[in-house]
Design a protein around this ligand. Structure first.
Ligand code: HGY
Ligand code: MN
Ligand code: MN
Length: 411
């Protein structure tokens, strides 16, 4: 079956323009940030929901803020879900997440007559900025939210459970997709790395997604006068944290492809002439190898405890979320590879160090991921960029993939 005479190039150009428009929807002036159930996320859902309607999709927003656009197939039909996330990191780029959602909408517009149900999803919380626990949106979508996740509280002390209960009271339907006839899930995402650009190629297919653990850690010592407290008598929380940061870095350097990052640190009381009495920081540890990741975490927890004992500090270590490495579905990925290869004979397989909602959907059905080249591999940065030509190449491959499933369903 050939796609109806819709101009892929024009649809991709429309995606590029819409990404620019969506990037203006932010919780803070001066940079792009949209967090879980924030006012900007509500405005983004309204804007993207309108584009879903223009593509002929029925739009729904649930109590977790997930936005779905659905074209129902015949009764009992299989379901293909194409999705990614609409939330962002702080000072984000325009493409991480939204590119996959808007390309999904464009694919729906390009394939109006399918023998199966097509659902495009904008997940509400892949980045985990507000509650430091990622995938809240997609985990609610697949019906796997835990009591611990509902109990998570943000900086203002509001819990996930309170927020979503208030939304249900306001009339938003409970999250939970009908996945009984799920044929598969496709996520289109910028690579967020340099491999495709190095290879001079637009698209790659993802065999798997790295495991990741996010820790909230800290040391508590004693604040004091910087000018009158002798060094041996100090209980300096920041000096201990500095040792931990460098130990995390050396663990990753010693055991590649392990990755370890301390991305956020709060130093209290935070005055230049006061010895830091308390430090709280995040630790993000990832690897395709679950054993290596767990061994590094065990080592770093013990290292922190020893550092705390040596400096007469208290040591805090809280696992905020932990997800094992996840393989993508080989069969569905092979179908996707065929679709890409029709336009790009060499199709790189690129393991994802970044987390994606596909890691959650892979737990309930076949999941495949398409990577799109991004300039200098840069992401989680305002200069993040994918060209309209590469967006068009992605859309063309996805339309071929969708039509191949229409011609012969994936079982
Ligand atoms: O951090 C990640 O891997 C993703 O961008 N949430
Ligand atoms: Mn991201
Ligand atoms: Mn992402």
């Amino acid at each position: 079956m050939k796609a109806p005479g819709l101009n892929i190039k024009e649809l991709a150009q429309q995606v590029a323009e819409r990404l620019e428009e969506l990037a203006l929807v932010s919780d803070e002036p001066g940079w792009l940030v949209r967090t879980f159930l924030s006012p900007a996320s509500a405005r983004a859902n309204a804007l993207v929901g309108g584009w879903m309607r223009e593509a002929g999709l029925t739009v729904r927003e649930d109590d977790f803020g997930n936005l779905t656009g659905t074209r129902q197939g015949p009764p009992g039909a299989r379901k293909l879900v194409i999705g990614s996330h609409l939330d962002t990191v702080v000072d984000a780029g325009k493409f991480d997440g939204p590119a996959g959602v808007l390309l999904g909408i464009a694919a729906a517009a390009a394939c109006p007559d399918l023998p199966f149900t097509l659902e495009v999803v904008g997940f509400s919380d892949e980045e985990g900025v507000r509650f430091q626990s990622t995938y809240l949106g997609s985990r609610a979508y697949v019906g796997k939210i835990s009591p611990e996740e509902l109990a998570l509280r943000d900086a203002a002390g509001i819990s996930v459970g309170e927020l979503t209960a208030a939304r249900r009271a306001a009339g938003f339907p409970e999250a939970g997709a009908d996945l009984e006839n799920l044929m598969g899930y496709l996520e289109i995402h910028i690579e967020q790395g340099p491999v495709l650009e190095e290879a001079g190629l637009a698209l790659g297919v993802v065999p798997g997604i790295a495991g990741q653990t996010r820790i909230l850690a800290g040391f508590t010592g004693q604040a004091g006068h910087a000018g009158t407290t002798p060094m041996p008598l100090r209980r300096d929380a920041l000096a201990a944290a500095a040792r931990l940061v460098l130990e995390a870095e050396s663990q990753a350097q010693l055991h590649p492809p392990l990755l370890a990052t301390v991305g956020k640190m709060e130093v209290l009381p935070g005055a230049g002439n006061v010895i830091p009495g308390q430090v709280v920081f995040t630790l993000d540890v990832r690897s395709p190898d679950n054993t290596a990741r767990e061994a590094a975490l065990e080592h770093l927890e013990q290292f922190g405890a020893a550092e705390a004992a040596a400096r007469r500090l208290a040591w805090h270590w809280q696992v905020k979320q932990s997800n094992p490495a996840v393989p993508c579905d080989a069969g569905l990925s092979a179908r996707l590879t065929e679709a890409v290869a029709a336009g790009q004979p060499v199709v790189p397989r690129i393991f994802s160090g970044a987390g994606h909602d596909a890691a959650v959907l892979a737990g309930v059905g076949p999941a495949a991921m398409l990577f799109v080249r991004c300039r200098a591999g840069l992401s989680h940065h305002p200069d993040e960029y994918a060209s309209p030509e590469d967006l068009a190449a992605a859309l063309e491959a996805v339309v071929r993939f969708v039509l191949s499933l229409a011609a012969s369903p994936y079982v």
